[in-house]
Design a protein around this ligand. Structure first.
Ligand code: ZN
Length: 351
């Protein structure tokens, strides 16, 4: 640990209660298969809101004390003795799902559904700190010229790439329900992949404006528009080819199924907080493919994401609406919970 301080600032969950504690903690200890990264930028995710609020999901899953956070970009400062693919000085981000490599799904190559998955900043110490440790296997080496605030948001962008491109969307009509960061990214990805129609739907005008800047051709607000009617009108009465459900809202899920054409694809990404009452016969008689999507394919999605970013057809610039210091975390969380933000990127105060 040459030239490294002995302690660092970290955003931690100390007790099983709402909120966070910002405090000095020891620099995390690295194992032989890990790398130590000096963090340059981190970004807030909906998962962090669940953790901050300490809702039923967070309290059922997490075991404080723990440093939180799982989206970041930074520079490797040390590598473990078993590592071989990366080296100090590499500018990196990371897949946040740490897989076991041994369960049925891992052995079948379905790593994103590993039954023993550990999530950075949820099950292990995360990246909302000056330094973070991740397994070499999870490291994604970025283009050195990529700005850290955009490199950090590749991880959630990957959610949108997986959800949108799980089946082709070229020339397809795509309706995105929910314009949080993942829905916003999905609009950009659908456009970049050549969708014929990209409709973004949300009740929040601020987010609809962002969706338009990200690539949505049309925005609709269920408070003002008849969504099913509007989507059918724009598709010769057929309904859309693809619904990307990013909101988790029971009403959006029901409307989405009704808005799909016969034989359409329904991708379910938003997580409902309550059981949803749906008419299953609609799925059967319309021949709808319902695809549940979580995480990213390891590492196919990362290669797709990097390739899309290289084309410059994917315009991420409007996505990051706020940039703040990590010590201003409570304020950042307040903005995020208000719904008046896209992605919020934080810089560790030591940078
Ligand atoms: Zn596994």
């Amino acid at each position: 640990m040459n030239n490294l301080p002995s302690a660092m600032m970290a955003v931690t969950k100390q007790e099983p209660t709402p909120g966070v504690v910002i405090r000095d903690v020891p620099i995390p200890v690295m194992g032989p298969d890990d790398v130590l990264v000096k963090v340059q930028a981190v970004s807030l995710c909906g998962t962090d809101v669940h953790i901050y609020n300490w809702d039923a999901w967070a309290s059922g899953r997490m075991h404080p004390p723990l440093t939180i956070g799982h989206e970041f970009a930074g520079t490797i400062v040390e590598v473990g003795s078993n590592t071989s693919r990366v080296m100090p000085g590499d500018f990196v981000s990371a897949e946040s799902h740490i897989i076991c490599g041994k369960c049925l799904q891992c052995r079948m190559g379905q790593y994103h559904t590993c039954q023993n998955v550990k999530i950075l900043g949820v099950d292990t110490d995360g990246c909302f700190a000056d330094y973070t440790v991740v397994p070499e296997n999870n490291v994604w080496v970025n283009e050195p010229t990529m700005p850290p605030h955009l490199a950090s948001v590749q991880e959630p962008l990957g959610n949108a790439v997986f959800a949108t491109l799980v089946e082709p969307v070229t020339a397809a009509s795509v309706a995105i329900f929910g314009c949080g960061p993942t829905g916003l990214c999905a609009a950009a990805v659908a456009k970049a992949a050549g969708a014929g129609l990209v409709v973004a739907i949300d009740v929040n005008p601020y987010r609809l404006d962002l969706a338009e800047r990200m690539g949505a051709y049309v925005t609709l607000n269920p408070m003002e528009d008849d969504i099913i009617e509007e989507l059918k009108r724009r598709t010769d009465g057929n309904g859309v080819d693809v619904v990307l459900e990013m909101s988790g809202s029971p009403a959006a899920i029901q409307t989405g199924l009704k808005s799909l054409r016969m034989g359409g694809r329904f991708t379910s990404f938003g997580i409902p907080s309550v059981p949803v009452d749906i008419d299953f016969s609609e799925i059967i008689f319309k021949g709808i493919r319902v695809l549940g999507v979580s995480g990213r394919r390891m590492f196919e999605t990362w290669y797709q994401t990097a390739a899309l970013l290289k084309t410059e057809r994917l315009n991420l610039a409007p996505l990051v609406t706020h940039r703040m210091m990590l010590s201003d975390f409570d304020n950042a969380m307040h903005i995020m919970r208000s719904g008046m933000s896209g992605k919020i990127v934080l810089t560790p105060d030591g940078m």
